[in-house]
Design a protein around this ligand. Structure first.
Ligand code: SF4
Length: 444
């Protein structure tokens, strides 16, 4: 197992582990009954969803341009960002042009903004973001990070939330969940009223109409995208669907896989800014299309990971995730999806994550778009091992002193390794073959 995950799993308090196990099981158990209640044949629905996302990837270039054309026609201002830094710069630039310094940014839950570390950039630029999703709000109060792509505070219980609210003067200590929700609602309402800019993610973008689709259960997304004067949406370039008809499949398959709901409480279809005499809605809508390694992933063997619709079902079912929680992976995307996506977007920084899996195959079985996660993990492990061996060889082979030391120490280290691993229990440890350089010198 990866040292990162292994270390965390062993150090994670038992109570936290129990909370994560309980919550993930609860949602995982609701997945199949819900999907069966919506689709006559849930397996056929998964196949259709996988085929649609494959079509999107096969035609990504054309669909992106079609989407951009239609979105611009709707009045959405489209920005392309090659990497996280460019995305942050674009968003901060929009804030600076649209609102005075120290204006509040109402922020809805978005993994893309977590990926680009937007909050730090907004704080630094003088546009304090306020997380308005209940879970993300708690994360922000606690200076914590999300541990699940759908349920960011899956590792916390209501008592911890109550203590956080009391500490941050959101409200007096209470153990009643509805009272905690009301405290947050009351506190956040004022933030919405004061905010000049709203930031959100995107669940789907429809190429044929140029509309973006956002799903949620709390209503904070609706307020973040409609109350402020300016709405900035951030979206990975793979989130496209060809037409709005595809939503009939993707909305319920996402909700069923993510939270065991037939459909989320809210589905927002954002067409563009307010028009003519309309008094509601933002004056400007911006969309940042984020690459950040996705084009490279498209050209790799892990291309299919870009079919992911961020439902979190693979996290809920994964025995490693259940033991380690999302924090153990050390990346915003934890669990099976993270073990493939993180190294696909940045291999050098995350090449040990593919080892954080038992390869039991449960993730592939629940994935609504049938991503072959275990096969990808094996490929990435091979790549990671090869990269490690070659990196070690290259360092040694290009440094004469290291090479000589390596030659001298190899038989000795090999012997120790063979004994320590138990390999030598039934075998003779390998013997050194002598120093070739000395042999060559003596004969030259
Ligand atoms: S990999 Fe599949 S199961 Fe996991 S989050 Fe993505 S779509 Fe959901």
């Amino acid at each position: 197992m990866s040292s990162r995950v292994d270390t965390f799993a062993r150090s994670m308090p038992t109570a936290t582990a129990a909370r994560v196990r309980r919550a993930t099981r609860l949602v995982a158990d609701k997945r199949m009954p819900t999907l069966s209640s919506v689709f006559a044949d849930p397996e056929a629905a998964r196949t259709a969803a996988a085929d649609t996302k494959r079509y999107v990837l096969d035609n990504l270039h054309r669909l992106l341009l079609e989407f951009e054309r239609n979105a611009i026609a709707n009045g959405i201002q489209v920005h392309w960002a090659l990497d996280a830094a460019e995305a942050r710069e674009t968003i901060v630039g929009i804030c600076e042009r649209s609102a005075p310094k120290w204006s509040i940014v109402a922020k809805a839950k978005s993994m893309a903004t977590e990926e680009i570390h937007l909050n730090e950039a907004l704080f630094k630029a003088g546009y304090p973001p306020v997380e308005t999703d209940l879970g993300e709000f708690v994360i922000q109060l606690d200076h914590d990070t999300p541990s699940h792509i759908v349920a960011p505070i899956i590792h916390k219980d209501r008592f911890q939330v109550a203590r956080s609210f009391e500490r941050a003067h959101v409200g007096p200590y209470t153990q009643v969940p509805t009272e905690l929700a009301l405290q947050a609602r009351h506190y956040l309402r004022k933030q919405f009223q004061a905010s000049k800019i709203g930031v959100s993610g995107v669940n789907f973008a429809v190429a044929s109409t140029g509309r973006i689709v956002i799903v949620e259960n709390e209503g904070n997304n609706r307020l973040s995208t409609t109350a402020p004067d300016v709405h900035i949406a951030v979206m990975g370039i793979e989130k496209l669907l060809p037409t709005e008809d595809d939503l009939a499949l993707f909305l319920p398959i996402l909700a069923g896989s993510a939270t065991g709901q037939q459909i989320t409480t809210y589905v927002h279809m954002v067409t563009g800014p307010r028009q003519g005499a309309e008094t509601d809605g933002p004056r400007e809508v911006h969309l940042v299309l984020l690459d950040n390694g996705r084009t490279d992933a498209m050209a790799s063997e892990q291309r299919d990971i870009l079919k992911c619709i961020r439902c979190g079902a693979c996290q809920n079912i994964c025995p490693v995730y259940r033991a380690a929680s999302g924090h153990g992976y050390g990346h915003v995307y934890g669990g099976p999806i993270g073990a493939v996506l993180a190294p696909s977007l940045d291999f050098a920084a995350n090449r040990e994550l593919p080892f954080a899996s038992s390869l039991c195959g449960a993730c592939e079985e629940v994935c609504p778009v049938k991503i072959p996660i275990p096969d990808m993990l094996v490929d990435l492990r091979t790549k990671s091992t090869a990269a490690g061996s070659w990196a070690m060889f290259a360092t040694g082979a290009t440094n004469p002193n290291l090479w000589r030391a390596g030659l001298a120490l190899t038989p000795w280290l090999g012997g120790i390794g063979a004994k320590a691993s138990g390999w030598a229990e039934f075998r003779d440890p390998p013997k050194g073959q002598g120093d070739f350089r000395r042999w060559w010198r003596e004969r030259a």
